[in-house]
Design a protein around this ligand. Structure first.
Ligand SMILES: C[S@@+](CC[C@H](N)C(=O)[O-])C[C@H]1O[C@@H](n2cnc3c(N)ncnc32)[C@H](O)[C@@H]1O
Length: 468
C-alpha cells in the first residue's frame, strides 16, 4: 500500500486561517457534504462550519454557536432551499431524537455517503492508496431491522419519559414508535410503560443519583419470535403487586418473552448494565437464528443488531475464507457469530473475547448447533499471542474490534503471527484506516461496506488483506 499524506498537509495549512465569523453571527450557507458525525459541513471563507440537521445541497440561514481554531458550529435558523434528495422521515421524533441522523435522506444517498466515508478515511486517516474499489452492500430492509433497544428513562412532570437521548444530551426524547426497531420491541416497551405508570415506579435521577428504575433493555429475534427483557435499576426490589403484573404469563408469552431479568446497576455511570442479574421470570436467555445457526443470547452478551445484514456480512467473510487452508483466529469474537458461521462451513476456529458473558453464550451456541470445531477463550486479545501452541495452525485472522479499533499490541501480535490473510471487520472507518496503515506486508484485496445501520451515519466495513 502506498501512503499519501498530501491532504493532511493541506488540512494543516487550512487550520492557520483567521476565523472569519463570531458567535452570534448569522450567515447564509450551502451545505457541501456530511461529516462522519452525520452533521452537514461547509466552508465559509475557507473556515469549516458544521451545520447539524442538514443534508448536502441544503441552503440555510444559520447562527454561529461556537468557534474553535479549526472549525465552527452553527444552528439552523431557516432552511432556504432543501436538497431534492430529502425524503419524509418516518419517525415522529426525527430529528429531535439522536438515534438516526440521516433518516430524511434518500437511501441510495445514505449508501453513497457511507462508501465515501470509507474512501476518505483510507486516504486521509490511513494515508492509503488502495488499488481495489469499495462495494456497497445495501440493506434490503432499511427500517425495522434493529433487534435490541436500550431505553433510557427520565421523570418529567408526572409521567416517565421512555426513549433515546437527544443528540449530545442526556435528555430523553419520549416516543411511541422507533422505525428502526423491530416492531415487537415497541409493543413490549409500551406494555412495560403501562406497568411502570400504573404502579408509579420510582424513576432514577441521573444528576442526583436517586430513584430506582434506570432503563429498559428489550431484545427480540425476528427469526424465532423470542424476546428477552431487562429492567435496569439501582439497588432495591420491585413491589409484589408490580411483580404480579409483570409476570402475567399469558401476557409474556403473547410477546414471545422467554425471560425477565432484573439488572442492578448501582454505579454513577453512563454504562447501561450493571454486573448483577436476577431472573425474575422464565430463563436468562433467548434464542436467535441466523441462516442455519441458532444462538443462545443472554441479556449482556454482544450480538450484531441487524440480523438481516449480519447474514450478508458472515457470508462475505465465509467467501473470503473458503478454499483456504489452516485454521482461523476470530479475534474479538463477541458471542461467536463469525466463529460458528465459519465452523459450520468447515473451518477450525479459535474465538477470543474479553467479555465472559459473550464466551459463555458462544459455548452454549456451539453446543446448541453440535459444533465441535470451535474453541472459545475468554481473555483480552493483548494476552492471547502468548498462546503460541493454540494459534500455531492459524492462517486466517478475522478482526472485529470495538469502535476504538485494535491496540498496538494486537496489531504487533498479528503481524508477528504472519497469517496468510487478515479479514478486518470494522464499525469505525477512521480506526480501520489507522490500523490498516500499520499492516505492513499486506495488500488490500477487497472492501465491502455492509449497511448494518440504515438511517444512521454509522458505517460497517469488511476488508480482505492478503500477505504480499
Ligand atoms: C464488534 S464486537 C464483535 C462482534 C462479533 N464478531 C460478532 O460478529 O458478533 C467487539 C467485541 O470485542 C470485545 N473486546 C473489546 N476489547 C477487547 C479486547 N481487548 N480483547 C478481546 N475482546 C475485546 C467485546 O467484548 C466485543 O464482544
Amino acid at each position: 500500500m502506498i501512503a499519501d499524506f498530501s491532504h493532511r498537509e493541506h488540512t494543516l495549512a487550512k487550520q492557520k486561517l483567521e476565523i472569519p465569523v463570531h458567535v452570534g453571527d448569522d450567515v447564509e450557507l450551502e451545505v457541501e457534504s456530511l461529516a462522519s458525525s452525520g452533521d452537514g459541513v461547509t466552508h465559509h471563507h475557507g473556515y469549516t462550519l458544521f451545520v447539524p440537521h442538514t443534508l448536502p445541497q441544503d441552503r440555510v440561514k444559520a447562527r454561529i454557536t461556537k468557534t474553535t481554531k479549526r472549525f465552527g458550529v452553527t444552528r439552523v435558523i431557516k432552511r432556504l432551499h432543501s436538497t431534492p434528495d430529502r425524503v419524509d422521515a418516518p419517525c415522529a421524533v426525527f430529528p429531535e431524537c439522536g438515534g438516526c441522523k440521516i433518516q430524511d435522506w434518500d437511501y441510495s444517498k445514505q449508501m453513497e455517503f457511507k462508501v465515501r466515508q470509507v474512501q476518505d478515511a483510507l486516504a486521509h486517516v490511513g494515508g492509503l492508496n488502495v488499488a481495489v474499489g469499495i462495494d456497497p452492500v445495501p440493506a434490503d430492509q432499511p427500517l425495522h431491522y434493529r433487534n435490541k433497544a436500550n431505553y433510557a428513562i427520565e421523570k418529567r412532570g408526572k409521567k416517565p419519559s421512555i426513549g433515546f437521548y437527544r443528540q449530545g444530551t442526556h435528555h430523553v426524547v419520549d416516543h411511541v414508535e422507533c422505525h428502526t426497531l423491530m416492531e415487537p420491541i415497541t409493543a413490549i416497551k409500551e406494555w412495560l410503560r403501562g406497568l411502570i405508570e400504573s404502579h408509579s415506579l420510582s424513576i432514577y435521577n441521573e444528576r442526583r443519583h436517586t430513584g430506582f428504575l434506570r432503563g429498559l433493555v428489550v431484545r427480540h429475534s425476528a427469526a424465532t419470535g423470542e424476546a428477552l427483557v431487562g429492567l435496569v435499576t439501582t439497588h432495591g426490589e420491585f413491589s409484589r403487586k408490580f411483580m404480579d403484573d409483570l409476570t402475567d404469563e399469558a401476557r409474556l408469552k403473547s410477546f414471545g418473552i422467554q425471560g425477565v431479568i432484573h439488572n442492578i446497576n448501582r454505579s454513577k455511570t453512563n454504562v447501561i448494565l450493571g454486573h448483577e442479574n436476577i431472573t425474575l421470570w422464565g430463563q436468562d436467555f433467548f434464542r436467535e437464528k441466523l441462516g442455519e445457526l441458532e444462538f443462545h443470547l443472554s441479556l449482556p452478551s454482544f450480538f450484531q443488531i441487524n440480523p438481516y445484514q449480519s447474514v450478508k456480512l458472515y457470508g462475505i467473510v465465509q467467501s473470503w475464507v473458503e478454499g483456504t487452508d489452516g485454521s482461523v483466529l476470530d479475534a474479538y469474537c463477541g458471542n461467536g457469530g463469525i466463529s460458528l458461521w465459519l465452523a459450520k462451513a468447515g473451518c477450525e476456529v479459535v474465538g477470543i473475547d474479553s467479555a465472559a458473558s459473550n464466551i459463555e453464550d458462544a459455548e452454549q451456541s456451539a453446543h446448541l448447533n453440535g459444533i465441535t470445531t470451535c474453541r472459545f477463550l475468554n481473555m483480552p486479545l493483548e494476552r492471547a499471542f502468548q498462546l503460541k501452541e493454540e494459534l500455531a495452525a492459524v492462517k486466517t485472522v478475522v478482526l472485529d474490534p470495538p469502535r476504538k479499533g485494535c491496540s498496538q499490541e494486537v496489531v504487533t501480535g498479528i503481524l508477528e503471527m504472519k497469517p496468510d490473510r487478515i479479514i478486518y471487520v470494522s464499525c469505525n472507518p477512521a480506526t480501520l484506516a489507522r490500523d490498516l496503515a500499520l499492516m505492513q506486508g499486506y495488500a488490500v484485496r477487497a472492501i465491502k461496506v455492509i449497511d448494518m445501520f440504515p438511517q444512521t451515519q454509522h458505517v460497517e466495513t469488511a476488508v480482505l488483506l492478503e500477505r504480499e
